[in-house]
Write a protein that binds this ligand. Structure first.
Ligand code: AKG
Length: 349
């Protein structure tokens, strides 16, 4: 696979039509220094303080780029309830949400879409541990639209909270890959969702990024998070922005079962009352549509069929199906097939 540096589109920042043409051509834009670095660093410090309080960092051991090293054993020992509580303590912070509503970034995406923009409330904050922590998966080559749904014109903005380098692995994009619509998927045991696109990826764009830099890409641009081969955490945030008047999927507004916006706002000054960033979508004339599960059901059936054939590539997809399928019988069969795959792997070892 050929790796080239991102094309730097920062010089076009003041020329919205040319920036939009570049996005239409390449499917992505690297824009340097869009977000105020001090605000990015504030979010980074809050995330690191929360990770330190959870015991995930080596206090005295520096990794690369001024970040503390991750205590991979402590992270591996951390049970799922504590892990989730730590993730939420980071995610709930107002500073993180405010960063993704930065006027400079909203101005860029509004210029690209050429109309009023709706930033999705459900933003993403990522702490990708070194791969030595085990159980850490990369996102794999994928497109956002099948999972995010809603408007096909949705744009993603991905931004590092600390410098990303070849060691920490940033986000790589496949230029021009947005032109062929939704691409087929294949099973992949090493990715977060258990699938990745079933297309040869020959040439990708990547490169170092610094706090303040933003990578913007379309809902059909193939992209994937790199492996973190360093010793520090890879810290980043991403958010999706769409034309206000186009359909938005309900899942982009709602949180996972057991997590609520009330829980989020309890941590904000004044409980988020009268805060323009809290519940900002309630007053907007949104066209909210339900998540369409049809493609997920097809994939669940494919994972089950592969599991029945003892195909180890189905392991991760079966785990996701066991945990999240809307059909209890499918979830139960996925769990049983996963146990059988684990036994196969034990037997082979
Ligand atoms: O940051 C990463 O590791 C993956 C990000 C990603 O896949 C996304 O923004 O859709």
């Amino acid at each position: 696979m050929e790796h080239h540096d991102y094309t730097d589109s920062t010089p076009l920042l003041d020329d919205a039509p040319r920036l939009a043409d570049r996005l239409a051509e390449d499917g992505y834009l690297l824009l340097r220094g869009v977000l105020p670095a001090a605000e990015v660093e504030r979010v980074r410090d809050l995330v690191l303080a929360t990770a330190a309080a959870a015991g995930w960092l080596h206090a005295a051991e520096a990794a690369e780029d001024g970040l503390p090293a991750v205590d991979v054993e402590a992270m591996a020992r951390c049970g799922e309830p504590d892990r989730e509580a730590t993730r939420r303590a980071m995610w709930n912070r107002r500073e993180f949400h405010a960063l993704m509503h930065s006027p400079a970034l909203l101005g860029v995406v509004e210029g690209l879409l050429g109309e009023p923009v709706f930033p999705h409330p459900r933003k993403v904050l990522r702490l990708v541990p070194p791969e030595a922590a085990g159980g850490s998966f990369v996102s794999g080559w994928h497109q956002d639209h099948p999972g995010v749904q809603g408007s096909a014109r949705t744009l993603t903005a991905w931004t590092p909270l600390a410098p990303v380098s070849a060691r920490s692995g940033g986000l790589a994009v496949v230029p021009g890959s947005h032109r062929d619509g939704v691409l087929p998927l294949r099973l992949s045991a090493g990715t977060i969702v258990g699938w990745e696109i079933d297309t040869a990826v020959d040439a990708v764009r990547s490169g170092p990024m610094w706090p303040g830099d933003v990578l913007v890409f379309t809902a059909h641009t193939v992209h994937g998070g790199g492996r973190n081969t360093g010793r520090g955490p890879r810290l980043s945030a991403d958010c999706r922005y769409q034309p206000l008047r186009e359909p938005v999927c309900r899942d982009s507004l709602e949180l996972d079962v057991g997590h609520s916006w009330d829980e989020v706002y309890r941590t904000w000054p004044g409980g988020g009352v009268d805060d323009p960033l809290a519940r900002y979508w309630h007053e907007l004339p949104l066209d909210v549509v339900d998540y369409d599960r049809r493609a997920d059901s097809v994939r669940e059936r494919e994972a089950i069929a592969a599991g029945r054939n003892h195909d180890p590539r189905a392991a991760r997809a079966l785990r996701i199906t066991a945990a999240h399928s809307a059909d209890p019988a499918v979830a139960a069969e996925a769990a049983a097939l996963l146990s059988a795959l684990d036994r196969d792997a034990g037997g082979a070892a």
